[in-house]
Write a protein that binds this ligand. Structure first.
Ligand code: GAR
Length: 198
């Protein structure tokens, strides 16, 4: 096997998807290795986890917008990722839309995990959207990131049931169990594919 591809991870939250990506990479022979974490939230759990895993991590103050970063801040992220010789990027609960500096620096090489069966329920709190729509099933999707909101090519999905008595939190918890199996598997398959085409 060639040396693992270097993975950069962007996250805003508690970091459970980041955690399973690291655990998978460290417990078996994988085609990727997490090497850097960047967050737009100063006290995000993902930054504390990165410290525990001894993976370099940085907080970047997000600037004035709620749903995106300024071009300058995104460029700063690119600089960090390139300095760490990152080959590809995984968004793991990163709550901002990714724009040109990142998309141009890592074309076709940014993955995201979204808590619904896309194209259903793009955007925020997808588990709540699923509850409000009274669907019998939802799930999670790993997809490539493009300039749209959760519109890029789908790489894998897992399904979970939704029961009439579920709260949105119960649905999200069930989705997260599925995410923790799906994301490391698809990230590894993606890394294997790009290693082979290099
Ligand atoms: C995950 O459920 C992920 O799918 C979702 O945020 C959660 C992060 O959890 N992402 C989005 O909603 C992106 N639009 P984590 O911090 O424990 O990995």
């Amino acid at each position: 096997m060639t040396s693992p591809l270097r993975l950069g991870i962007l996250g805003s939250g508690k970091g459970s998807n980041f955690q399973v990506l690291v655990e998978a990479a460290r417990s078996k022979s994988c085609y990727y290795e997490p090497v850097m974490v960047l967050s737009d939230v100063a006290d995000a759990g993902i930054l504390k986890l990165a410290e525990q895993f001894k993976i370099p991590a940085h907080f970047l103050a997000p600037g004035p917008f709620k749903t995106k970063l300024t071009e300058a801040i995104e460029q700063e992220m690119v600089t960090y990722l390139q300095a760490a010789q990152v080959d590809f990027v995984a968004l793991a609960g990163f709550m901002r839309v990714v724009k040109e500096p990142l998309l141009k620096a890592f074309p076709g090489r940014i993955l995201n995990i979204h808590p619904s069966l896309l194209p259903q329920f793009p955007g925020l709190a997808a588990w709540k959207q699923a509850c409000e729509a009274h669907v019998a099933e939802t799930g999670c999707t790993v997809h490539l990131v493009d300039e749209g909101i959760d519109t890029g090519k789908i790489l894998g999905q897992s399904r979970v049931p939704v029961f009439p008595e579920d709260t949105p939190e119960m649905v999200h918890a069930r989705i997260q169990v599925a995410e923790h199996e799906l994301y490391p598997r698809i990230v590894n398959e993606f890394a294997r594919t790009i290693s082979k085409s290099a």
